[in-house]
Design a protein around this ligand. Structure first.
Ligand SMILES: *Cc1c(COP(=O)(O)O)cnc(C)c1O
Length: 461
């Protein structure tokens, strides 16, 4: 399987090279040159597989240059760090399914991909006798999940930029209390978009990228999307056991990585009727789906900070398919967007968007009310991100198709919002016990490209 760029200006690369490259060298995002199709017989044959074995089956289709036994070992060790035997258990609450994706070490769904990516990096760097400096931006959850994915690993350093004071206190502590020498936290005085722009600028500086062997962990890395495709299959197989039903997934969306994995699963032939794209007040993607209006607004801070994003980096991957795999059209759109802050779509394109997605923006008040009502009715605590998705799902009921809501974080990670909603502090899983008392390390920096670049130069391996 070869990988191409959404911007169309690179020679096709292997899976291994795609993982190491992160962002394509022409500024685009990498995608498989074709998406394998899964027929119903194959889908049925996957029914009995454990999460790990299903992951082997799905991922090996795209990662055919890693020997199967090696891939299997990487997948198996990656999910050893999860504290639930099923990895991604699914529960039914009053007509909707909740897919719990937060049983990894940092209690958010990002561990599902980043535990694997960390192990893949270590494996590939050893094989290539290379080193890597990972640079990434986080609105909260990616950072800690990435740090936990690579802490203490050989030949890797990691630099994570987070918006100072704009993550939840627990999110910041989960990053800054990791004291391994290869871990560097930068608290940037700005928004998540500022952090992401700095990281993009560093990656677009090709000589710098090469000299310091920059590696990406934010959801532009194809391996992350790929690892997330697995749980769409896993959930489907548990909910629609005859493999004859179409389902709806509700996905709390920020950077469009998680829902794009669902889109890949749909293109592979998984019977998904619709992907429900749930946003908070930062609703550019909802405006895009519902009105064809993709125009940038300011970032609003909400109780679901991991979704406080306007420009979603993985959206480009979807655009590539929306434009019938025409990289020239992708380049044009981004040129227009850079100039005017908006993109234009034909009515035919707008209709096709609605074949794949529906969307709902859920405000803060609705989010908190959903946490509170769901707790009263089901004695089950939703974290604020999951609550956005659940609220969007409940608003689309009644519906003939099973509705699966992705639960993206443990409520304890966002205890303050949950307490406002329910009056109760969620019980803390062992991973967070006493975290406030642990020693921590972090550098506070202005949102300035040069300052960040110098810091990396000084600390890089
Ligand atoms: C990252 C994150 C999201 C958004 O996922 P994207 O892939 O960025 O769309 C939603 N909820 C939580 C808890 C997250 O950490």
């Amino acid at each position: 399987m070869k990988y191409i760029s959404t911007r169309g200006n690179i020679e096709p690369v292997s899976f291994k090279d795609a993982v190491m490259m992160g962002l394509a060298t022409d500024g685009g995002l990498l995608l498989p040159e074709r998406i394998p199709l899964i027929d119903r017989t194959t889908l049925e044959s996957w029914q009995k597989l454990s999460y790990r074995d299903l992951a082997c089956a799905v991922i090996s289709l795209f990662a055919d240059d890693i020997p199967f036994e090696d891939l299997k070992r990487l997948i198996y060790i990656s999910y050893d760090s999860f504290d639930h035997p099923e990895i991604a258990p699914i529960l039914k609450k009053n007509g909707i399914y909740i897919l719990e994706l937060f049983h990894g070490p940092t209690l958010a769904f990002k561990d599902v991909a980043l535990q694997l990516l960390g192990n893949m990096f270590e494996y590939l760097l050893k094989e290539r006798k290379e080193k890597m400096n990972i640079v990434g931006a986080t609105s909260g959850d990616t950072g800690s999940a990435a740090i936990y994915g690579v802490r203490g690993k050989e030949n890797i350093s990691i630099f994570i930029l987070h918006p100072h004071g704009k993550t939840s206190p627990i999110q910041a502590l989960q990053m800054t209390t990791v004291l391994d020498a290869n871990v560097h936290n930068l608290a940037v005085q700005g928004t998540f978009d500022d952090c992401q722009n700095i990281v993009k600028a560093l990656f677009n500086d090709l000589p710098f990228k090469q000299k310091y062997s920059l590696g990406a962990v934010n959801s532009i890395n194809w391996a992350r999307v790929l690892a997330q495709v697995v749980y769409y299959f896993y959930a489907y197989l548990r909910v629609a056991s005859g493999c004859d039903k179409k389902v709806i997934f509700s996905v709390p969306t920020g950077n469009f990585g998680d829902i794009f994995a669902g889109y890949v699963a749909k293109r592979m032939g998984l019977p998904i009727k619709n992907l429900l794209l749930a946003t908070n007040e930062n609703n550019i993607l909802t405006r895009f789906v519902n009105n064809g209006d993709y125009s940038i607004g300011g970032v609003v801070q909400t109780v679901s900070p991991s979704m406080d994003i306007q420009v979603a980096s993985n959206f480009e991957r979807y655009l590539y398919y929306l434009y019938n795999e025409d990289p020239a059209r992708v380049r044009e759109s981004f040129a227009l967007f850079a100039e005017t802050g908006r993109m234009e779509f034909t009515s035919e394109e707008r209709e096709r968007v609605l074949d794949d997605f529906s969307s709902r923006s859920v405000n803060q008040q609705e989010t908190l009310a959903t946490i509170s009502a769901f707790y009263k009715e089901h004695s089950y605590l939703l974290d604020p991100h999951t609550a956005v998705g659940v609220r969007a799902a409940l608003d689309t009921l009644p519906n003939d198709s099973p509705l699966i809501c992705l639960a993206t974080a443990d409520p304890a990670k966002f205890g303050e919002a949950v307490k406002i909603a329910t009056g109760e502090e969620p019980s803390r899983p062992a991973a967070l016990d006493g975290i406030e008392k642990l020693p921590s390390r972090c550098d506070i920096k202005e949102a300035d490209l040069e300052a960040i670049r110098n810091f990396i130069v000084e600390k890089a391996i």
